[in-house]
Design a protein around this ligand. Structure first.
Ligand code: GLA
Length: 740
């Protein structure tokens, strides 16, 4: 691994065993992009891959020249990565090479979350300095190549080195110019309760994108972009991933140009964005994490999982086993008192659950969602002994205690609003759009972040709180800040997210023992930016087992199991009304950070026995479920989506758990074998089934079988049509593999 400077060809080669990233200083001083993809041999010149004799676009406008950080106004009519409005009103910038610096390790980006290292030998970085002399714009392109991952991380810093004000209106984190257009664009899209569904489409001429303008990354699209060949599968073929470490408005775009090349851009959404740089000021973009796989989508996911689990997530809880929790939200909604909560917790304790989480409704006078956000003071009508009294009773039962907060919000019916009506985001003279009967606090203003830090620190220090669920239940409307002058209003959305990050950074630093879980009406801000502060996130408000198959499958394209909160809830399911067996609900929720979202006191004796067994099974295999190598086997997005299968494998390949799920049963089935992956071909695995069964599926599978055989031939499903007739719908079966 390293970065090689080739003076004769003026080329920089970032390389590890799996990928190469090659750029070259072109004759006019701009940076040409030669290659990002499979590793190329070191010590060679690749100069010929960037056009020789390049003097701009003078002779043939639109030339498909691959540029590293394209700007507008010079004959490249594709979308630019950087646009800067200057004192004379023009937008033309020509960045020319000044110098570069290769350094071991990786620097942090001030104010923004990013991937990091534990020792400098894990990565090498290069910073390329560029300048546009007429405007005084100075740009640093920063790259890191990781030793152990097929990944390059990039970000850009833009400085005003001139004497007049600059207005940055586009500042992408990454731009890639790929030499052909033969790609499928894979996106993770949806809405509340059906987040991160995987869809793909073939690239067509022109621009195709996903984006957010909500002030959060949003339920609608993940801040990423994946390209695969039409022939790429889970296990074979090329794929690129670009993932943005950011929680605000983003743009992920692919543009096919007239010469069948593809430009990919990822970064802050330029729509509504404008950042003022006075002389001497600097702006840093979020980090883009670029991955390449020649081994299908699985190769891409495995790379992201490993990096994001260990070098993006951080803090005390990064590597710790995460507790099995019970959350009272769907169990009680706003209708609870101390006795009710303690009753739930004591049943939960008897069932082996480790953490009790008190959700919304404990503060102010919040009996429904019309009031009290911002008043983080316990409601003594419900909890006469305060949060501290309740938390101590929960701890006395032998559980840890966790608490829900929604720091960024304010209700019009609240003491905070009465005292500070101007703290809510809005525009004087315009009505505010309400959503969920609440408004958003202006976290772009440091004094409001300071207030929240003070209030929340006092709250978290006031009781034995081990866990915090940090929710965010509405998006921003009427975006503007009273804290910014008119010419800086274009900075508002980004400054809001910087405020969120600042508050997260200060609270997680002040309370390193607290496990933070992020949430935004489920997966409305489930993104790499927040993963840097909260190592797990509530994946979706939709806990229906069938729906969760798609949601968790989609999220797994990028996010590791350790980041996905997954709970068993009651039936009929509160989002779909569907009745699935509790075994299926658990078998889906096991693959992630497991818990329950129900009133444990209303479980029947049979269900209690099931939960007891589920919790103990999960704890026995917790490391596999939270930190195993996740492998997707059968997609709910392919064919009719009726069957899903996935597995998790330990690093040493000695243990694995396979999950198989069938939504609707079909009579008289054909032969159905499930081939596994990532096993040790030479090992012999003892196979056991969860739940256990007394039929031929148990009989045929529960034997010792070779890793090679399980990979080449697979597990047996549907061997006997008479038995199949008894399965019913919503069948979930886990197979536990242990090497002898
Ligand atoms: C959001 C969360 C839920 C719950 C409610 C409480 O919808 O996603 O899990 O916390 O808020 O209001």
């Amino acid at each position: 691994m390293g970065i090689e400077w080739h003076p004769a060809s003026r080329q920089l080669h970032l390389r590890n065993d799996r990928v190469s990233y090659l750029v070259r200083i072109l004759e006019d001083g701009s940076i040409g992009q030669l290659h990002f993809g499979a590793a190329l041999t070191e010590g060679r010149s690749y100069r010929h891959l960037g056009r020789a004799g390049f003097p701009g676009f003078m002779n043939r406008l639109d030339d498909p020249i691959a540029l590293e950080y394209p700007t507008a106004g010079g004959g490249d009519y594709r979308m630019p990565a950087l646009t800067i409005e200057q004192a004379d009103g023009s937008n033309v910038v020509h960045l020319g090479y000044v110098s570069h610096r290769i350094v071991p390790g990786k620097a942090a980006i001030p104010g923004l979350p990013s991937t990091y290292l534990e020792s400098d030998d894990e990565a090498t970085s290069v910073e390329i300095e560029l300048v546009d002399r007429p405007s005084g714009t100075e740009v640093t392109l920063s790259y890191t190549i990781f030793r152990d991952h097929p990944i390059v991380a990039r970000h850009v810093r833009i400085r005003n080195g001139g004497a007049s004000r600059l207005r940055v209106t586009t500042a992408m984190s990454a731009s890639l110019d790929l030499p052909d257009d033969d790609w499928m664009l894979v996106q993770l899209s949806g809405a509340w309760a059906r987040e991160r569904h995987m869809t793909d489409r073939r690239l067509a001429p022109g621009r195709q994108s996903t984006a957010s303008l909500r002030g959060a990354s949003g339920h609608e699209h993940d801040p990423s972009l994946i390209l695969r060949r039409a022939t790429t599968t889970e296990t074979a073929g090329e794929a690129y991933g670009l993932s943005l470490v950011y929680s605000g408005n983003f743009l992920a775009e692919a543009e096919v140009g007239p010469f069948a090349t593809t430009r990919v851009r990822l970064g802050i959404n330029p729509e509504g964005f404008a950042w003022i740089l006075e002389p001497g000021e600097e702006f840093a973009t979020p980090e883009a994490v670029l991955a390449y796989s020649s081994a299908g989508l699985d190769g891409l996911s495995a790379a992201y999982h490993a990096l994001y689990r260990e070098r993006l997530a951080r803090g005390t809880w990064r590597d710790r086993p995460r507790p099995v929790l019970i959350n009272n939200w769907e169990g009680t909604y706003f209708d609870f008192d101390e006795t009710k909560l303690v009753d739930i917790a004591s049943v939960a304790r008897d069932l082996g659950i480790e953490l009790f989480v008190l959700d919304d409704g404990w503060f102010g006078a919040r009996d429904d969602d019309t009031s009290s956000l911002g008043d983080w003071v316990v409601d003594r009508r419900k909890l006469p002994h305060g949060i501290d009294g309740l938390a101590r009773r929960i701890e006395a039962l032998g559980l840890r205690f966790g608490l829900w907060i929604e720091p960024e919000m304010i209700s019009e019916r609240s003491q905070l609003f009465a005292a500070h009506p101007d703290w809510a985001i809005g525009i004087v003279g315009r009505p505010r759009t309400e959503s969920r009967q609440q408004l958003v606090l202006d976290l772009s203003r440091p004094e409001i972040v300071d207030h929240l830090f003070t209030v929340l620190s006092e709250l978290l220090a006031s009781a034995p709180i081990s866990y915090v669920k940090w929710d965010m239940n509405r998006n921003i409307t009427e975006p503007a800040s009273l804290g910014l002058p008119a010419h800086r209003q274009g900075e508002f959305f980004h400054r809001y997210i910087l405020g969120v990050y600042d508050l997260y950074a200060r609270l997680t630093a002040a309370f390193p023992e607290i496990l933070f879980e992020s949430c935004a009406g489920g997966g409305g801000r489930f993104d790499p930016g927040l993963l840097a502060f909260a190592p797990q996130a509530w994946t979706s408000d939709d806990t229906d087992a069938v729906e969760r198959l798609r949601i968790q499958w989609g999220a797994s394209l990028i996010y590791p199991l350790s980041s996905m909160g997954a709970h068993v809830s009651a039936v009929p399911n509160h989002q779909t009304g569907r009745l699935t067996p509790i075994a299926m609900r658990a078998a889906v929720a096991f693959f992630g950070v497991f818990g329950y979202e129900l009133d444990a006191t209303s479980l029947s004796p049979a269900e209690r026995a099931d939960v007891l067994d589920q919790v103990s099974f999960y704890k026995d295999h917790r490391a596999l479920f939270q930190r195993g190598r996740f492998v997707r086997l059968r997609s709910p997005f392919e064919d009719d989506g009726n069957e899903t299968a996935w597995m998790t494998v330990s690093d040493d390949r000695r243990r694995a758990i396979v999950g198989f799920y069938r939504t609707l049963n079909r009579p008289n089935p054909g032969v159905n074998r499930l081939r596994l992956r990532e096993l040790d071909p030479a090992a012999r695995y003892r196979v056991t089934l969860w739940p256990a069964r007394a039929d031929s599926i148990e009989h045929d599978n529960a034997v010792v079988r070779g890793g090679d055989e399980l990979t080449q031939i697979g597990l047996f499903l549907d061997v006997d049509r008479h038995e199949t007739s008894t399965h019913g719908d919503y069948w979930a079966q886990l197979f536990v593999l242990e090497a002898e």
